[in-house]
Design a protein around this ligand. Structure first.
Ligand code: HAM
Length: 436
C-alpha cells in the first residue's frame, strides 16, 4: 500500500449510484449543518478580532498555480482534479487554499501586511475514509508581507483560540522549523545520502522519492519505513542562525501566551513551499491516520515563484469535517450561530392572519415558523413541539373575534390571551424570560 490512493480503475458508476453524491463527498444537511455554520461563524468572529478580512478566490485555477506548491507531493502529482476546459486551458480544482491566495496577492498587490481568512472547499483524489474525503472544506488564514516572528505567533494563536472557542480540549500543537532555503540543500543532501544508503531494500518508490525529494519520506506514515526515518539526520542541526533565532522567538511568543506546544523535528508537512516555521494541530479524539485538525507554516518564497516581489507569508488551513468529528468525539455541543425557531404559529383561521403575524415576528428578529396545508390544530401543535419553539401563537376564531390571540408556553403548557396588536411586543418581552 502506498501513502496515497492507487489510481482507481476508471469505471462508470453503476446506474443506482449516479444519483448519489460521488465517492468521498457528502451532503451537509440540517440540523447537522448548524454545527458547520457555528464553526464557520466562530472562526469569522475570531479572525475579525485579529484584523483579518475574508478573501474568496475561484474554485479552479490554471494548473500552474498549484504546480508551484509541490511537484513532488502526492497532492499535486497524483490527487489533483485537473482537466482541459472547453477553451483548451489546463485547469485544476483547488487542492489547497494557500496557492490561490498568494496568486491573488501577486495579481492585486494589496498593501502589506495583507491579513485574510477563508472558508472554501478543496479537492483531492484520496482514498476516502472517515476524516479523509475527496472534497473537504477548510477554514484558513494567511498573512503576506510580514517576516516578524510575532506574526507566526499570531496566526498560531488565532487557530489555537478557535479550537478553544469550539470547546475542544484534546487538540495539541506541534511546531518545527524547516529552515530557510539557504540551509535546505545541505539538509536535503544529508537526508538523501541517509535514505539511499539505508533504504535500498524498500524498492523503487522509496529510492525515487529519496532522489527527487527526500523530505517527502520524512512525513510518510508507512510503518515499514519508520525505522530508517527515525534514524535520519535532524533538520534542527542544519538551521541557519537566522532561522534558529526566528524559531526561538516564535517559541518564546507561544510561551508568553501560555500556548502549550511540542517540537516535532520530523514535521515537514505535505507541500514543497514551506520555509522556517511549520505547525500542526492534532486531536487524539480522531483516528491516528487523519488526526490533523489543522496545519500550516511559512512560505517565504511562494509569492516570488509566482512572479511577485519577494514577500514572506504564513498561514494555516483547518479541515471543517475533521473539526466537527473531533467535536462529536469529545462530546462538545455545536456553537449556536443562528437563532432557532422561538415561536410557532398555529392557524385555525385559514386567512392571511398567520402569514402577517409570522412576517411581523420575523421582521422583529424573532425566529418563527408554521405548518402548511390546512392541517388540524392537533397536527400543527405536534409540529410546534417538534420545532423547538418555546411559544405557540394560536389563531382561533373566538379570540380573533375579540381582536386577540392565544399564546401557549410549549414548555409549561400555560396559556393566556394577548391582544393581537401586542403579540410581537409580548414575544420580545418574554422570549428571554421563558424557562428552557
Ligand atoms: P493541509 O495540511 O494539506 O494544508 O490541510 C489542512 C487541513 O485540512 C488538514 O490539517 C486537515 O484538517 C484538512 N484536510 C486536508 N486534507 C483533507 C481531506 N482529504 N479530507 C478532510 N480533511 C482534510 C494545507 O492545505 C495548507 N494550504 C495549509 C496552509 C495554509 N499552509 C499555509 N497556509
Amino acid at each position: 500500500m502506498t501513502d496515497s490512493p492507487e489510481a482507481e480503475a476508471t469505471q462508470e458508476p453503476a446506474r443506482a449510484d449516479v444519483f448519489r453524491a460521488p465517492v468521498g463527498t457528502h451532503d451537509v444537511l440540517p440540523p447537522e449543518s448548524d454545527a458547520w455554520i457555528g464553526a464557520v461563524s466562530a472562526f469569522a468572529q475570531r479572525a475579525a478580532r485579529y484584523g483579518y478580512g475574508l478573501v474568496s478566490t475561484p474554485l479552479f485555477e490554471h494548473v500552474e498555480v498549484f504546480q508551484r506548491v509541490g511537484e513532488h507531493t502526492d497532492v499535486i502529482r497524483k490527487e489533483m482534479y485537473d482537466f482541459a476546459d472547453k477553451g483548451g486551458r489546463h485547469i485544476a480544482l483547488r487542492p489547497e487554499g494557500t496557492a490561490p491566495v498568494v496568486r491573488a496577492y501577486v495579481q492585486h498587490r494589496p498593501t502589506a501586511p495583507w491579513k485574510v481568512w477563508y472558508v472554501a472547499p478543496n479537492f483531492r483524489y484520496e482514498r476516502p475514509q472517515r476524516g479523509r474525503y475527496r472534497q473537504h472544506w477548510q477554514l484558513g488564514a494567511e498573512v503576506l508581507g510580514v517576516d516578524d516572528p510575532a506574526v507566526d505567533v499570531e496566526v498560531i494563536a488565532l487557530a489555537h483560540g478557535f479550537y478553544r472557542d469550539l470547546g475542544l480540549k484534546r487538540v495539541q500543537l506541534v511546531v518545527n522549523s524547516m529552515g530557510d532555503p539557504s540551509s535546505r540543500p545541505a539538509y536535503s543532501d544529508a537526508l538523501r545520502r541517509h535514505f539511499l544508503h539505508e533504504g535500498a531494500q524498500f524498492g523503487d518508490e522509496f529510492l525515487e522519492r529519496a532522489r527527487a525529494n527526500p523530505l517527502r519520506i520524512l512525513d510518510s506514515k508507512r510503518a515499514d519505513w519508520q525505522d530508517v526515518i527515525d534514524h535520519a539526520p535532524q533538520l534542527f542541526d542544519y538551521l541557519s542562525d537566522e532561522s534558529r533565532e526566528h524559531f526561538e522567538a516564535v517559541q518564546r511568543g507561544l510561551d508568553a501566551l501560555g500556548i502549550e506546544h511540542e517540537i516535532a523535528p520530523r514535521l515537514v508537512r505535505g507541500f514543497d513551499y514551506y520555509t522556517r516555521t511549520t505547525f500542526e494541530f492534532v486531536s487524539d479524539a480522531l483516528d491516528a491516520a487523519q488526526n490533523a485538525v489543522g496545519g500550516g507554516g511559512r512560505y517565504d518564497r511562494l509569492a516570488e515563484e509566482m512572479g511577485g516581489p519577494p514577500t514572506p507569508g504564513i498561514g494555516f488551513g483547518m479541515g471543517v469535517e475533521r473539526i466537527l468529528i473531533a467535536c462529536e468525539s469529545e462530546g462538545v455541543p455545536p456553537v449556536a450561530a443562528l437563532p432557532g425557531i422561538e415561536v410557532f404559529v398555529v392557524d385555525d383561521l385559514g386567512d392571511a392572519s398567520a402569514t402577517v403575524i409570522l412576517q411581523e415576528l420575523r421582521d422583529s428578529g424573532v425566529g418563527a415558523d408554521r405548518a402548511y396545508g390546512g392541517r388540524s390544530v392537533k397536527a400543527q401543535l405536534k409540529a410546534a413541539n417538534r420545532s423547538g419553539a418555546r411559544f405557540a401563537v394560536l389563531l382561533f376564531r373566538e379570540e380573533a373575534g375579540r381582536g386577540a390571540v392565544v399564546v401557549r408556553n410549549l414548555v409549561t403548557s400555560e396559556q393566556l390571551e394577548v391582544p393581537r396588536e401586542q403579540i410581537v411586543a409580548w414575544v420580545l418581552e418574554h422570549r428571554e424570560m421563558a424557562p428552557s
